[in-house]
Design a protein around this ligand. Structure first.
Ligand code: 0RA
Length: 644
């Protein structure tokens, strides 16, 4: 952070426009008059305070949502200048800053080396869009006050109201957004918290507090203070907190040159995501990326390839690591500060300054190489992870190609284990996926061979939630499933090509059976989602009990069904037979139970279930049997029984 001496005065403030235009076309200045625009007012004032912090003059910012709907932003910066303005001899500098558009001192003056570009429309915009605005300025040992009404009309001129607290300087702005301008003037705590936290991360050591004093609001919170001595290092740690990091160290480097600054923090986690790179320019999240990201990506790729070659981790014949291999599991923050940021792109959040690319590239080249030398065990783990990502990428590519070749051979590629049905009409064809070879054998005998196909699956299939595509495709059970269904997988899945309109999972009614069923559902949900969404996936469950009523055998699904049956039939004296797992059933039992049940009441994993939030699904998919059971119990009502 650069410190500028207090040579800045009213003379530096350049004046561009009046406030009328802002009220006529608010969208032009703050984006919209919806929630985004409303919160923009807060960012504008806070950005001014953060600028003071970046100039080295402010260490605390307190944002308070006032009981009557106003918002107060207090900082301990130098205070807005209170002297007479050179261009407007009748006005003080503070009055100019609050009433003349673009008079923040950021445009043209050299008072600030670096400032936010996106929100830097000037604090006068906040005034223009507020029904009331009040300012307290502590400066030169005196307290000053002024206020405005109805969109920036000076109501109480800047006046000295007495001494300021001993040694205190700073600015406090209170504003009440104009309800005739905004659709809704309620601030949202979560929106404010998220952004204030981000600002605290990007300005190490700066303390930012949010306090909500609105009594009638339901989302009232205790004051929250953000302050990060580690800055973007803490940001990376925060982003990786919910993940398993590859090593505990967070890497960091920075470089200053010609008034530009770049800061970089990074850590890898054990996951497979490649989208963990976040970039900022002058504190603004450049979600569309730009030159700083480009510079970093290309240098990162170069540095790691050189490292892996020099250490012999990559052999002469090995291909270079691709950027995506290296970025797998990377969480990184790039923060650059520059005097004249060019924001481009659809949402004006792409940094266009070409100089920044070479600056970031150079900084990363020099300093990341050093960091790798200084941290050999971390460096090795990063390289190893990238190499395994590379192998996975190549293997997945090959597997996809061979899967495509196989499906091109149409039918010829059907797995041996599949006992297909003779019908070629998918609408009447059913695929029974059966747990275990012996159950598969019985099912083959019990089936109607015209419309029912049987595919035995051995044991636990791979949890696709925890494997990259290449490993998934190496799994024979998964290959078999993909071939049998015949419509590809992942992004290439084509619902038009499915060979069966019913894919029915037959698993034992025990814990293992439910685990296997969950793994299969996970696979369908992740890799053949349209199949689930279109209602083609079913579960058949063999009953746990049977008993005889009169001359008829009755099947009872589970303990619950048995209890209910006894309540309905208090006089029932006959024994209950506990049925065995699918694999131990003989031909007759299987025909009498499973197939019977499967054609009468099937549990359809319907769109309702598919639309249960993804996170619920991940609980369902987890290894933890208890939480899965609990999930199934609590969501049972979302799962529809289908009678056919
Ligand atoms: C113009 C010039 C200077 C500071 C500010 C504006 C300023 C604005 C706001 C808005 C909220 N808090 C603020 N703090 C400062 C430079 C002052 C100097 O050179 O002493």
């Amino acid at each position: 952070m650069t410190s500028t001496e207090a040579t800045y005065s009213a003379a530096d403030i350049t004046v561009l426009e009046g406030l009328e235009a802002v009220r006529k076309r608010p969208g032009m200045y703050i984006g919209s008059t919806g929630p985004t625009g409303l919160h923009h007012l807060v960012w504008e004032v806070v950005d001014n305070a953060v600028d003071e912090a970046m100039a080295g003059h402010c260490s605390r910012i307190v944002v308070t949502l006032l009981p009557d709907g106003g918002c107060q932003v207090a900082d301990d910066g130098r205070g807005i200048p209170v002297d007479q303005h050179h261009q407007y001899p009748d006005l003080t500098a503070a009055e100019v800053v609050l009433t003349i558009l673009h008079a923040g001192g950021k445009f043209g003056g050299d008072g600030y080396k670096v400032s936010g570009g996106l929100h830097g429309v000037g604090i006068s915009v906040v005034n223009a869009l507020s029904s009331r605005l009040e300012v307290d300025i502590d400066r030169d040992g005196r307290r000053h006050y002024m206020d405005f009404t109805d969109g920036g009309n000076l109501s109480t001129r800047l006046s000295d109201t007495g001494p300021s607290p001993e040694g205190h300087t700073g600015t406090t702005v209170r504003f009440w957004p104009d309800p005739t301008v905004f659709d809704d003037v309620n601030f949202r705590v979560q929106t404010l918290l998220e952004r204030l936290q981000m600002m605290a991360f990007l300005n190490s050591g700066l303390e930012i507090t949010l306090s909500d004093e609105r009594s009638t609001q339901s989302d009232q919170v205790e004051p929250t203070t953000f302050c990060y001595e580690g800055g973007i290092r803490d940001f990376v740690e925060h982003l990786n907190a919910s993940k398993e990091s590859l090593f505990s160290l967070v890497g960091y480097l920075d470089q200053h040159e010609d008034g530009n600054e770049v800061e970089l923090a990074f850590q890898w986690n054990t996951g497979f995501n490649t989208d963990g790179l976040h970039s900022f320019a002058n504190g603004i999240n450049t979600i569309e990326g730009g030159m700083h990201e480009e510079g970093f990506r290309s240098a990162l790729t170069g540095v790691l390839n050189r490292y892996a070659r020099n250490r012999g981790l990559l052999k002469d014949n090995d291909d270079n690591l691709k950027g995506e291999d290296i970025r797998e599991g990377l969480t990184a923050i790039i923060s650059v500060r520059l005097p004249d940021p060019q924001f481009e792109g659809q949402t004006k959040s792409k940094l266009g300054n070409v100089d920044i690319r070479s600056l970031v590239q150079k900084a990363t080249n020099d300093k990341l190489s050093d960091w790798l030398e200084e941290n050999p065990s971390e460096a090795k783990r990063i390289a190893q992870k990238a190499i395994s990502a590379q192998r996975a990428r190549i293997a997945a590519q090959e597997a996809r190609q061979s899967a495509r070749r196989k499906s091109a051979l149409d039918g010829a590629g059907m797995p041996d284990k599949l006992k297909d049905c003779s019908s070629r009409d998918p609408r009447e064809s059913e695929l029974f996926i059966v747990e275990g070879d012996s159950a598969g054998g019985s099912a083959v005998q019990a089936r109607d061979p015209r419309t029912m196909a049987i595919l035995p699956i051995r044991g636990k299939i791979l949890n696709v939630e925890r494997a990259r595509p290449d490993r998934m495709l190496k799994n024979t059970e998964i290959q078999t499933l993909i071939q049998a269904i015949g419509a590809g997988f992942g992004d290439d899945f084509d619902l038009e090509k499915i060979r069966y309109h019913k894919v029915i999972l037959l698993c034992d009614a025990d814990v293992d059976g439910s685990h296997i069923r969950t793994l299969l559902l996970t696979f369908f949900f992740r890799q053949m989602r349209p199949l689930v969404d279109a209602g083609h996936v079913f579960i058949a469950q063999p009953p746990l009990f049977s008993t005889v009523v009169g001359r008829e055998k009755t099947y009872l699904k589970d303990d619950h069904a048995k209890t209910a049956f006894l309540a309905d039939n208090p006089g029932h004296k006959r024994e209950f037979q506990r049925l065995k797992g699918l694999g131990e059933m003989d031909f007759d039992e299987l025909r009498e139970t499973t197939m019977e049940i499967s054609s009468r009441s099937l549990l359809q994993v319907s769109v309702e279930m598919g639309s249960i939030a993804d996170e619920a699904f991940s609980v369902l998919m987890g290894e933890d049997v208890e939480s899965r059971k609990k999930f199934i119990q609590t969501n049972a009502r979302d799962v529809r029984f289908l009678d056919i």
